[in-house]
Structure formats: C-alpha cells, structure tokens
Design a protein around this ligand. Structure first.
Ligand code: SF4
Length: 431
C-alpha cells in the first residue's frame, strides 16, 4: 500500500511543479514514506534523516517530510526530537501534502498533519490522475481496520475501515488501462471487508473483470473472518481472478489466536480453505505467521508447524513477535528470545522445504506468464505466473504486457526460468 501511496504522492506534487528524481544527492524535497508494521521503524527514520543531513551539510537544506504510519503514530515526537524534519503527514492526510510543502516554502514553519480524514483524502486524490504505467498496478480500494488484533498498529495508524466507491475505482482502473496496465492488484488492510453501499469485494471484482484489457485480478490482504460466500463463489465464476490467496493465519494454535483477538479458530480456517479448494482446486495459499507470541508454548508452536504442513503454503512471511508501541500485546510478557529464534529457525526451514518441493514440481510443466518488463539484457523478460511466481525467459519479441505459455526449465528460491512455447495453433504461411 505504501508503494501505491508513494506513486499517488508523485502524482500530487506534480501539480506544484515538483517531479520525481532518482538523483538523491540533489533534491529540493524529501518525503520519507514510512511503515510502522516492523520493528525499529522510527529508528530507520532518524537514520535516514541523519543520512540526508550529512549529504546536505554544505548545501541548501531540502524540505524533509515524514509520511505514513510512523508519522501518524509518532509525529509529534519526531518533530520535537529531529529539528531537520519540517513536517509529518499521516496516511489519511496526503491530500494536504502540496499545501504543506507550500507552507514550509513560504512560512518556514513546522507542520503536523495527522488527522483521520479519509473521505476528504480520496475526494482530493480522485481529481488527480493516477499516472502509474506498470503492466501490473496497485489500486487501493479499502483502508483501515476495525479488527484490533492485539499485536497490530493498523487500527491506530490508518483508522477505521473505509471503502472507496465502485465508480471511482472503475474510473481509476480505466485510467490505468489507458496507461498500459493489464493486471490490477486490489489493496486494502482488510481488502475483503470492502463494502460500498452494500456492494462487496466480489461485486467489484466482477465489474473490473468486465474491462476487456484487464487480464488478471488479484487482491490482498484478506482476513479469514471476512471471506464471504460470494467471494468464494467469485473464485469459481471469474476466470480473471488469479488462484493465489494470501490468507494470514498468524498461528496454528486456537489459544494463541484467541490471545491475538483474531476472531476465528483453526477449524474455521481449515473449513474455509476446503471451501475455496472445492470451488477451484487450483487455488494455492500464502500466509503470515508471528512466531513466539506472548504465551506461546511448545505445543502451540507444534500446532503452527502442523498447520504449515497441512496447507503446504507456497509462500510464507514469518517474524518473531515484536511489540508495537501502543498495542495491547506490547504490555504482555514476552517469551524467551532464544526460544523464539529457535522456533523461527525451524519454522522457516520447513517452510522453505515445502516451498522448494512445490517449485521443483513446476519443472517441465507449462504456466501462463504475464510479462511486465525487459531486464538489463534486453532479450530477458520478467513476468509472473498465475500464482505470482517470478518468471524469467529469453525472447527477441517484446513481451511487455503479453501473456505467453511458458515451460519451466529451472527453478531457484526466488525465480522460475522458462522458455516460451510456440503457439501450435498458428496457421502455416509460406512466401
Ligand atoms: S486484521 Fe490485519 S490490519 Fe486489522 S488489526 Fe488484525 S493484523 Fe492489523
């Protein structure tokens, strides 16, 4: 979502004559767009500001603005502690960024803009064209969260659940299509909680699938509890909907899920996976895990391992529990660091084995790959298969934006390597 936000920030500042640059040694304004999910996010901000200070020691000071969830959660502290920062702008106040920059230029004053005004934000962003021209583009459809998992800062930094209107999302998609987008990634902190005037995510997916030039649709991140029957059905009906579902579970233990306030049991989660497999047996899953959550015993951890084996996730994102300031879990007693590290190690080892087994199984098989861009060597093209696996092939034809059938000839942990299969249906022609 921060990547989407950063792109929209570039679109916004264009209106006040700022343009994106990759020359970081010579800029007029720095925006540090931050994420508060991981540990040490605030330290990273101070570190980055220190780097900028050093770079501009003998030059005119650039405007420095911190945006994103760290700005929202710790804005006042940042402004007080680091004088080099001119403004903090929370994720629901991006529409005020241009005025903030103008005010700093004119009045040279410090600004804290961290109100939750998500309606005003999207009203303003809607009149600014999305200039993203990637083959695969992000589209934020929903923000915020009402779930209050005990370890998570999102409800405090992004605010309550908010869904954008179907019309504005279709308009933005059509605009992206004009720019060259062929795959759309629908984003939300709780993407399947999307609901606008009674219309749910499945409805939006169906509407977007009617746009001819959109060939693929993905969405992330889902909460198991919001997986409604109509969304399950969409995986049967909408062929453009890709068969990889990111379905965070966090733990395989009912006791820990309860302590996390995740609002579902493992049985519910397994039943949901069964239902999805029933409507489309090709569906694969990826998930997020927190290892060493307060109160996690050996048995709880073994239950997580059991779940990992049972589902056979093709991708997992696992981290040791780290307390986020201001969340209820931050006050809970942490378990021994050494135990957490040992558990994370054995979890990741097994997750890797499962992933590599899945990937090796793809060898000599066919996949449909949508190509996103050429690589440094102009004859190499990068794309993704239906399960979001990165694929590289060699081709003299410009494959950008095209879908081709590929045979996988080699695999490693991060990439599949393939060769384009000839289209056997081509008619013969002689000249
Ligand atoms: S559902 Fe997701 S975003 Fe919401 S509180 Fe839980 S982890 Fe955070």
């Amino acid at each position: 979502m921060n990547q989407y936000d950063s792109n929209r920030i570039y679109d916004l500042v264009d209106k006040i004559d700022y343009q994106k640059t990759n020359n970081l040694k010579d800029v007029n304004c720095y925006v540090l767009n931050t994420c508060h999910i991981r540990e040490k996010a605030t330290e990273k901000v101070y570190h980055d500001v220190g780097r900028i200070k050093k770079e501009f020691k003998n030059k005119k000071k650039p405007i420095v603005i911190v945006t994103g969830c760290v700005a929202q959660a710790e804005g006042e502290i940042l402004l007080n502690r680091e004088k080099y920062i001119d403004a903090v702008v929370g994720p629901q106040s991006y529409h005020k960024l241009n005025q903030t920059i103008i005010d700093i230029e004119r009045k040279n004053k410090k600004i804290n803009s961290t109100q939750f005004n998500v309606v005003e934000k999207f009203d303003n962003l809607n009149i600014t064209k999305n200039s993203d021209s990637n083959v695969s583009s992000f589209l934020t459809i929903q923000e915020g969260c009402n779930k209050f998992c005990k370890f998570c800062v999102v409800p405090y930094t992004r605010g309550p659940e908010f869904s954008r209107s179907i019309d504005e999302l279709i308009n933005e998609t059509l605009n992206l299509v004009k720019n060259g987008t062929r795959e759309i990634n629908l984003l939300g902190q709780n993407v399947n909680a999307y609901c606008y005037n009674g219309k749910r995510l499945s409805h939006l997916i169906e509407e977007i699938s009617k746009i001819d030039k959109i060939k693929r649709i993905r969405y992330t991140t889902s909460h198991p509890i919001d997986f409604s029957e109509d969304l399950i059905e969409a995986h049967k009906k909408v062929t453009k909907l890709m068969p990889l579902i990111h379905l965070p579970v966090q733990s395989g233990s009912d006791k820990i899920l309860k302590k996390m306030n995740r609002k579902h049991s493992i049985k519910y989660y397994l039943d949901l996976i069964k239902k999805l497999k029933l409507v489309n047996s090709r569906i694969e899953f990826s998930s997020d895990f927190i290892i060493g959550y307060p109160g996690e015993t050996d048995q709880d951890f073994l239950n997580t391992i059991k779940l990992l084996k049972e589902i056979g996730y093709i991708n997992t994102y696992s981290f040791i529990f780290s307390p986020r300031p201001g969340t209820p879990a931050a006050k809970m007693k942490k378990i021994d660091d050494y135990v957490s590290k040992e558990r994370l190690f054995s979890f990741q080892k097994l997750a890797h084995e499962i992933k590599m087994k899945y990937r090796k199984n793809l060898l000599n098989k066919k996949s449909l790959v949508m190509f996103e861009n050429s690589m440094n060597n102009k004859n190499l093209f990068f794309g993704r298969d239906e399960f979001s696996n990165s694929v590289i092939v060699e081709s003299t034809e410009n494959l950008r934006g095209k879908i081709r059938e590929v045979e996988i000839v080699d695999v490693n942990q991060g990439t599949l390597f393939g060769k384009i299969l000839e289209n056997k249906n081509k008619k013969e022609f002689a000249a």
